[in-house]
Write a new protein. Structure first.
Length: 182
C-alpha cells in the first residue's frame, strides 16, 4: 500500500543542502508516494498581527500548505540551521499556517532531518524542532542530523557516500510508517 508523503527542506536556498539530503532520504522510503515541496512556492509577507488583520483570513498559500498536510499520510522535513534556529522562510510560513490551527501537523507521523557543513550537522535546529513539533500536533517517529555534509554527500550522484551513514538515513526514513518506530 502506497502512502502519500509530503516532504520539504525548511530552507529557501536554491542550493539547499537540506533539500539534497531530503531528496536522497525520500528516495529510500519504501511503499510511499513522495511529493517534495519547495518553500519558495509558499512565499508570504512577513507575519504580523497587523497583516493578519488586513487579510482578514490566512493567505491562500498558508491554507494550501495546511490542506496538503491534512491530505498527507506522513511528513518529512529537513531543517536548515540559521544561527542555531529555523530559517526565516520556514518560521514565517509556519507562523501563518499556525493561525489556521495551532496543531499545524494534524497528528501526522513525521521524520525530521537536519544537515550543515559543520560537525554538529544542524543539531541545534533539530533539537528545537524535536521540542516543538509534538506540541503542534506532529508525531515524530525518528530524526537524524548529518554532520559535515560536504564530507559525506556525493553531490554528483545525489547520495550519501558513506555506507554507515547511508544505512542510518535509510533506517531513519523508514521509521515513518513503522509499526514500532523506536
Amino acid at each position: 500500500m502506497n502512502r502519500r508523503v509530503i516532504a520539504f527542506a525548511a530552507s529557501s536556498s536554491r542550493r539547499s543542502i537540506n533539500k539534497r539530503l531530503l531528496t536522497c532520504a525520500c528516495g529510500m522510503l519504501r511503499d510511499a508516494e513522495v511529493e517534495i515541496l519547495d518553500l519558495n512556492d509558499f512565499e508570504l509577507p512577513l507575519f504580523s498581527v497587523d497583516r493578519e488583520d488586513d487579510y482578514g483570513e490566512p493567505p491562500p498559500l498558508a491554507r494550501e500548505l495546511f490542506d496538503r498536510i491534512g491530505a498527507a499520510d506522513g511528513i518529512v522535513i529537513s531543517f536548515a540551521e540559521h544561527n542555531g534556529c529555523y530559517s526565516a522562510a520556514y518560521k514565517n510560513l509556519y507562523d501563518w499556517v499556525s493561525r489556521i490551527d495551532p496543531k499545524v501537523w494534524q497528528g501526522k507521523p513525521m521524520v525530521l532531518f537536519a544537515t550543515s557543513p559543520g560537525g554538529r550537522g544542524g543539531r541545534s535546529v533539530l533539537d528545537l524542532a524535536l521540542a516543538q513539533v509534538p506540541r503542534y500536533g506532529g508525531e515524530v517517529r525518528a530524526s537524524l542530523s548529518l554532520p559535515r555534509f560536504g564530507d559525506y554527500f556525493d553531490v554528483e550522484r545525489g547520495e550519501i557516500g558513506d555506507d554507515a551513514l547511508r544505512a542510518e538515513v535509510d533506517k531513519t526514513i523508514n521509521r515513518l510508517f513503522a509499526e514500532d518506530p523506536a
